[in-house]
Design a protein around this ligand. Structure first.
Ligand code: NAG
Ligand code: FE2
Length: 438
């Protein structure tokens, strides 16, 4: 009797669960911070992450609490057998009462493309494994903004890890949400290490990286610039807040813009962007992508109009260069627009995608504005945590998918195929469709 009662209850529970599931995605409640401890000797490297430097080199970045450790990386193509080494340098910073560990950066290479390397940092601690990106297409980018370090971040990271292989991660700003509490940069570095030590993480800054405080901290981006050094010198930029790089042997060029660096007429960023775009030969580089933090197009109630000044200053440059896709973050939801120029659908303009739904502690931006003047340009919008993937298949075709964090499955909710704008022909996005997975 007892067991048949239990079976009945179980049956009813599953039925209720299935109905809820089939009906509408039930959004999870706020999730507490996930604080990742070090738990190893002070000499051991932690917060290891990697980023590409030019076509053949990789910067390895890590922190040691022991500030006397060497900034050396030993590496090779077999586990435990290091046939090469590179020595870099380290920096530290102070922020109010906080003093950072030694933040090491060393550039290794030249490396072979599409190759697995094993490496150890500072002659101590764990061995890490990375794979270099391919020298030609196809290439797959994971794109995710506004990551933070909550249970939802952990869920997003596990969906990225379990959602199939990829070559590189692009992050359009708002990393740790340390928000002046510097130890949260360390816990964030440890949380992302399993992914960020294995594939290049290419990031640009968001507003949460600024971290100025009245009286005690006047300088912006102190922690961000020390910890997340990006290849700006290599792309002719004088600032870590904007830079560019090539992927797939130059078949894709990625421009990382700074929403929080000057972008107006006469600004260094604008001059740099003009030079950078002028150097792109679309016959060699069929794919041109841009990332920035505060979206230029946005029908969510959150952060309305915050990207407008930058849009007015820079949209025509990206349009004239026939940028294929612009990714942004800031708004904690997913939204995909059609190709746009100057607030109108334009088949020669970039497709705009907001992917600020990484999982940070501020929660989701739930309200989209129904009668927004750009609502007719917005093709898919949903306030759920998740991540995106851009797979560039060949010189003409790419596919973008948005993966929502459902309880245990990586769920593709939105998918769109794109044609490169390089050919100069109007090339509307083909076949955008919300994917009904249930
Ligand atoms: C590129 O890939 C698409 C999708 O697989 C295919 O239809 C197209 O023919 C390919 N183009 C070239 C130039 O290989
Ligand atoms: Fe933001």
């Amino acid at each position: 009797m007892a067991s048949s009662w239990r079976l009945l209850v179980q049956g009813l529970t599953s039925l209720v669960f299935l109905c809820a599931h089939a009906d509408e995605y039930v959004r999870p409640p706020p999730s507490p911070l996930v604080l990742t401890a070090h738990g190893k000797p002070a000499s051991h490297p932690q917060q290891v992450h990697i980023s590409i430097v030019g076509e053949k080199n990789m910067r390895i970045s890590w922190v040691t609490d022991d500030r006397t450790r060497p900034s050396v990386v030993e590496y090779g193509t077999s586990p435990g057998k290091y046939t090469a080494s590179a020595t870099g340098d380290h920096t530290t910073y102070s922020y109010f009462l906080y003093k950072s560990g030694a933040i090491h950066h060393a550039t290794i290479g030249p490396l072979e493309p599409s190759t697995t390397y094993y490496y150890q940092c500072g002659k101590a601690g764990d061995e890490f494994t990375l794979r270099t990106p391919p020298a030609r297409l196809p290439v797959e980018f994971v794109v995710i903004g506004d990551l933070g370090q909550t249970g939802w971040t952990a869920s997003t990271l596990s969906h990225i890890a379990g959602g199939g292989d990829y070559d590189m991660l692009l992050l359009p700003g708002d990393l740790s949400y340390a928000d002046t509490q510097q130890p949260l940069w360390d816990t964030f570095g440890r949380l992302v290490q399993p992914l960020a030590s294995a594939r290049p993480w290419m990031v640009t800054e968001g507003n949460h990286e600024i971290e100025t405080l009245p009286v005690v901290e006047f300088a912006p981006f102190v922690a961000y610039n020390a910890r997340w050094r990006m290849p700006h010198e290599e792309s002719g930029s004088a600032s870590n807040l904007y830079y560019s790089f090539d992927a797939a042997g130059g078949a894709a060029h990625v421009v990382m813009l700074g929403s929080y660096a000057d972008f107006g007429e006469g600004s260094p960023q604008r001059a740099w962007l003009e030079r950078d775009l002028a150097g792109v030969d679309r016959r060699r580089t069929p794919w041109l992508l841009a990332l920035l933090h505060a979206p230029w197009d946005n029908t969510n109630q959150a952060h309305q109009g915050e990207g407008e000044r930058m849009r007015r200053a820079m949209e025509s440059l990206l349009y004239e260069a026939r940028v294929d896709v612009v990714f942004s973050g800031h708004v904690h939801a997913y939204e995909r627009f059609t190709r746009i120029y100057d607030n109108e659908a334009d088949s020669r303009g970039p497709m705009y995608i907001t992917i600020g739904d990484g999982g940070n502690r501020e929660g989701l931006a739930l309200k989209f504005i129904k009668g927004h003047k750009s609502a007719h340009l917005s093709e898919f919008r949903e306030a759920s945590f998740g991540h995106g993937r851009l797979r560039i298949v060949n010189e003409t075709t790419a596919v973008w998918t948005w993966h929502r964090n459902d309880d245990q499955f990586a769920t593709v909710r939105d998918e769109v195929w794109l044609h490169s704008l390089a050919a100069g022909e109007p090339a509307a996005a083909a076949g955008g469709r919300p994917v009904d997975e249930l």
